[in-house]
Design a protein around this ligand. Structure first.
Ligand SMILES: [Zn+2]
Length: 342
């Protein structure tokens, strides 16, 4: 199957006469490194000779097209994806080679016809996904890069890192939770969803608008919400894992949750410390919550509506889940049966 892409009157290199030469796109088929590859290729077509032929430029483009289909098929970065890594960090081919300790033309070749090996592919993915690692490598290569460029790369990567802070934060939280993912009594039969955590928090902030709500209270409500959900349905809503602490029951890495993207707060001085007052983001779509989830949240909100923070803490400490768990141990959702809320 060929598709005509363009037509042009010119000297045909096939029959050596001037006539209308068509450029056509064909799906070519080739075996490369033992793998059967189908890829789009471009040819000229001579009607006089009924023949397809290539010029140098097309040959090169078609070869690259085949290599990229091969890369996709075996799960390697394509040449465009490699170029986009350099664009992300705004770094030259040569300087990226210096950072990675590779020969000076390696990146140039990988952006073209030479297919990278698996080991180099993993390194490229790592530097793409980890701006902090980029900065570390840059620091080590400082003396080998011109001062101007060093500063430019550093400032750019610092900005990338800042933009990706939320992604890093989520990764850090998830890696701390990973050990419990397959222990349903700890995870509440739910894989942690930080997007759902953000939705629950914003739902409460919006539904609770008559009163200020601080993060410390929010964290207590989260445990009640997840535990009531488990008690009623056999699974929590957020997948947060909770730990018994001297000051109640709190999610693992609870101190990081406030910094998740989509949560808005003000720092308020309270006595010697700082309180985090949650603010509505104005966004009222909760894509990760079902109607049943909302009913459970509403139930907890109405139960504790007129209960002060002090009394709420007292109530948690009276729950059998708290009494039945040693301090710093994980609170099992198995203990949800006796929750004081129904
Ligand atoms: Zn011709």
């Amino acid at each position: 199957m060929s598709k005509i892409v363009s037509k042009e009157n010119k000297l045909c290199m096939c029959c050596m006469k001037e006539h209308e030469v068509k450029t056509v796109r064909i799906i070519d088929d080739n075996i490369y490194k033992g793998v059967d590859i189908k890829y789009p290729a471009f040819y000229y077509y001579c009607e006089n000779a009924d023949e397809y032929y290539n010029d140098e430029n097309q040959l090169s483009e078609n070869d690259l097209s085949m290599k990229n289909e091969y890369r996709k098929k075996v799960g390697l970065l394509t040449s465009k994806e490699i170029i986009s890594i350099r664009e992300k960090y705004n770094i030259s081919q040569t300087d990226l080679c210096i950072l990675l300790g590779w020969g000076g033309k390696t990146i140039t070749r990988y952006e073209g016809h030479q297919v990278q090996d698996m080991a180099h592919d993993s390194i490229l993915r790592k530097i793409r996904d980890d701006a902090e690692w980029f900065l570390n490598l840059l620091e080590k290569s400082k003396d080998m890069i011109s001062e101007d460029y060093y500063v430019r790369y550093r400032d750019n990567a610092a900005m990338v890192l800042e933009n990706e802070r939320d992604t890093y934060l989520k990764k850090a939280i998830i890696s701390n939770y990973a050990a419990y993912f397959y222990k349903p009594y700890y995870s509440g039969n739910r894989r942690l969803s930080l997007e759902t955590v953000v939705d629950v928090i914003n739902y409460i902030v919006n539904e609770n608008k008559e009163k200020d709500i601080f993060m410390s209270r929010m964290l207590k409500l989260l445990w009640y919400i997840d535990t009531l959900s488990y008690k009623k349905r056999g699974h929590s809503i957020t997948g947060l894992i909770y730990q018994a602490r001297p000051n109640g029951i709190l999610p693992i890495l609870y101190e990081c949750l406030i910094d998740l993207d989509g949560i808005s707060y003000e720092e308020i001085e309270i006595g010697e410390g700082i309180g985090y007052k949650l603010i509505s983001t104005g966004f009222k779509e909760y894509n990760n919550l079902t109607e049943d989830d909302k009913k459970i949240i509403d139930k907890i909100l109405s139960t504790f509506k007129n209960i002060s923070n002090e009394l709420l803490l007292k109530r948690i400490k009276e729950e059998s889940a708290y009494k039945g768990t040693n301090v710093i141990e994980i609170v099992s959702f198995e203990l949800s049966e006796n929750l004081s809320v129904n």
